[in-house]
Ligand binder design. Structure first.
Ligand SMILES: [Zn+2]
Length: 61
């Protein structure tokens, strides 16, 4: 499983959205607009799948 990340538009830092997906699932999943409280800047960011990327947890496949 990989963590779904967005980039904070205020600070440019990676922000974990609280969701995890496996790579295959993420390719086909339908995600509507989500919001995440940003630990980097303290604001609430709205994001969609196109804004997000996966961060593999370093454990390999
Ligand atoms: Zn932010």
């Amino acid at each position: 499983m990989a963590r779904v990340m967005i980039t904070c538009p205020e600070t440019g830092k990676p922000v974990y959205t609280g969701m995890t997906f496996d790579w295959h699932a993420f390719e086909s999943v339908q995600i509507g607009e989500k919001s995440v409280p940003c630990p980097a800047c303290g604001k609430l960011h709205t994001w969609r799948r196109v804004d997000a990327y996966l961060d593999e947890d370093g454990g390999g496949a």
